[in-house]
Design a protein around this ligand. Structure first.
Ligand SMILES: NC(=O)c1ccc[n+]([C@@H]2O[C@H](COP(=O)([O-])OP(=O)(O)OC[C@H]3O[C@@H](n4cnc5c(N)ncnc54)[C@H](OP(=O)(O)O)[C@@H]3O)[C@@H](O)[C@H]2O)c1
Length: 183
C-alpha cells in the first residue's frame, strides 16, 4: 500500500458517554461483539495495555499492537510499543502487510483521548442506556465530525441493552499521523 493508512476509532459508548467500568465493559452485548469482530477483522488493532488485559488474549484474524510504558511487558501473539509514534508506526507497517488502509484503534479511554484528533473515522456502537462507569469516550464534536450512517436500534439474544451503529467521518483533515518511531 503506497499511502499511509487512516486511523479508525471503534468503540461502544453509552448515552452518557460511559464506555468502561472497573477495568471491563459495563454491559454484556454479544450482538455487538460480532459487529466488533467483523469491523476489525483482517486489520491491525491498536489498544492500551489495560484494554488488552481486560480482553486477556490476542484476538484471532487481526494483528494487535499493545501500548504500554512497561519495557518488560510481553504477551503471546501481540506486538508491543512504548510510545504513540512507535505504536502508529508498527500498526502502519502491519496495515501495509495486511493490504488494508485503516488502523483500528479499539481503546481504551486513554488511547481514544490521546488519538481522536488524528482519526479520520469513528465507528460507534451507541448503547441505548445511561450507565455508571469510570472511563468516558471523548466528546464527538458536531463541528468536527459528520454523521455518515446510523442503523436502527437492535437487541440480540443475551444483550443487556439495545444498541445501534453510527459511523462518522472527519469534516476537516485529521492532524498528521506520526509514523516514524524516532519522532
Ligand atoms: N466500550 C468500549 O468500546 C471499550 C473499548 C476498549 C476498552 N474499554 C474499557 O476501557 C477501560 C480501559 O481504558 P483505560 O483508559 O483505563 O486504559 P487503556 O487506554 O486501555 O490503557 C491505558 C494504558 O495504555 C498505556 N499507555 C497509554 N498511553 C501511552 C503512551 N503514550 N505511551 C505508552 N503507553 C501508553 C499505559 O499502559 P501501562 O500502564 O502498562 O504503562 C496505560 O496505563 C476498560 O474498562 C475497558 O473495558 C471499553
Amino acid at each position: 500500500m503506497s499511502s499511509a493508512p487512516g486511523l479508525t476509532l471503534v468503540a461502544a459508548v453509552a448515552r452518557n458517554g460511559v464506555m468502561g467500568r472497573d477495568g471491563g465493559l459495563p454491559w454484556h452485548l454479544p450482538g455487538d461483539l460480532q459487529h466488533f469482530r467483523r469491523t476489525t477483522w483482517g486489520h491491525p488493532m491498536l489498544m492500551g495495555r489495560r484494554t488488552f488485559q481486560s480482553i486477556g488474549r490476542a484476538l484471532p484474524g487481526r494483528e494487535t499492537v499493545v501500548l504500554t510504558r512497561d519495557e518488560g511487558f510481553t504477551a503471546a501473539g501481540v506486538h508491543v510499543a512504548h510510545d504513540l509514534a512507535g505504536a502508529l508506526a508498527q500498526a502502519a507497517v502491519l496495515a501495509g502487510k495486511m493490504g488494508v488502509d485503516q488502523i483500528m484503534l479499539v481503546g481504551g479511554g486513554e488511547l481514544y483521548h490521546a488519538l481522536i484528533e488524528r482519526a479520520s473515522r469513528l465507528i460507534i456502537t451507541e448503547v441505548d442506556a445511561d450507565v455508571s462507569g469510570d472511563v468516558m469516550f471523548p466528546l464527538i464534536s458536531a463541528g468536527q465530525w459528520q454523521l455518515l450512517a446510523r442503523s436502527e436500534l437492535a437487541r440480540e439474544k443475551g444483550d443487556d441493552f439495545s444498541w445501534r451503529h453510527a459511523s462518522y467521518a472527519r469534516i476537516a483533515a485529521p492532524a498528521a499521523l506520526a509514523y516514524k518511531a524516532s519522532l
